[in-house]
Design a protein around this ligand. Structure first.
Ligand code: URA
Length: 267
């Protein structure tokens, strides 16, 4: 793949650099070494990421776990809702205990007919405050990766503007992992979002998205790098951006996964 100057700049922003060997070899994308800790002094121009609590489990290091929530919620009344009714249902949801501690539900953002739908895990503190998915440090990384592929969450045509949603619409307290019961209660919302968006490709980020969509407890490292199917829609598995922030070498693999998703989109 040949990279434009703009894409190289984007990759650099993600902490990835394009390594150009001699003309006979293919170009490769490699994860940059961690940046040195800046010396104390004036704040940098870009706001430093704000810690949002203890990180959830690393995505790849976790062993396979059993998937113990119901296999289908197609019979849920949620399956018949249109977009406005679905938004209202999420906003009013009291199906699990997470409603007690939330500031906002986090419905999802993006184009309702997006070609690419990104599925993450659950809102963190900043998402809970703002009511929008992936607005914290992990979201900044996700946005950079999308931008490198000329994709965005900002308003645009369905081939450019993605739709981003989570498996859970409410924040688990203290950034703990979602519980099976919570995932099961929330699942009809994600299923309905997928049915309404009808994406051409799904990008499942992290093990909870993978569990919800593929019913697989396999580690991400064993599922990524190939194309799966969710109800006939191509699905690409990748690492969760929060995991990538702590595991720089896997950024290059995540970039490959995004390129795989982009390739399917362009086919
Ligand atoms: N992590 C997620 O999976 N989703 C968010 O919205 C924020 C962080």
């Amino acid at each position: 793949m040949g990279w434009s100057e703009r894409q190289r700049l984007m990759l650099a922003e993600m902490g990835l650099s394009v390594w150009v060997p001699d003309a006979t070899e293919e170009m490769a994308v490699v994860a940059d070494a961690p940046r040195p800790t800046p010396a104390p002094g004036p704040a940098p121009a870009r706001a430093a990421p704000v810690a949002t609590g203890a990180p959830r489990d690393p995505q790849s290091a976790t062993p396979a776990v059993p998937v113990d929530h119901p296999a289908s919620t197609a019979t849920s009344p949620v399956a018949a809702l249109d977009w406005p009714a679905l938004r209202e249902a999420v906003a009013a949801c009291r199906a699990c205990g997470l409603c007690e501690g939330r500031r906002n539900t986090v419905f999802g953002v993006g184009n309702e007919r997006a070609h690419l739908m990104v599925v993450g895990e659950a809102p963190g503190e900043q998402e809970d405050r703002k009511g929008e998915p992936f607005v914290g440090p992990a979201g900044q990384l996700l946005d950079s990766m999308l931008r490198a592929l000329n994709l965005t969450r900002d308003p645009g045509p369905p081939e450019r503007q993605v739709f981003i949603a989570n498996t859970l619409k409410c924040r688990p307290p203290g950034n703990r992992n979602p519980e099976p019961e919570e995932l099961a209660r929330c699942e009809p919302f994600l299923q309905r979002q997928l049915a309404l968006v009808q994406p051409r490709v799904i990008l499942a980020m992290g093990r909870f998205a993978v569990q919800a969509l593929l019913r697989s407890g396999e580690p991400i490292g064993r599922l990524r790098g190939r194309v799966h199917q969710y109800q006939g829609v191509p699905l690409v598995v990748t690492y969760h951006p929060a995991y990538l922030l702590r595991n720089l070498p896997d950024k290059a693999k995540a970039w490959e996964d995004l390129c795989l998703a982009a390739q399917i989109l362009s086919d």
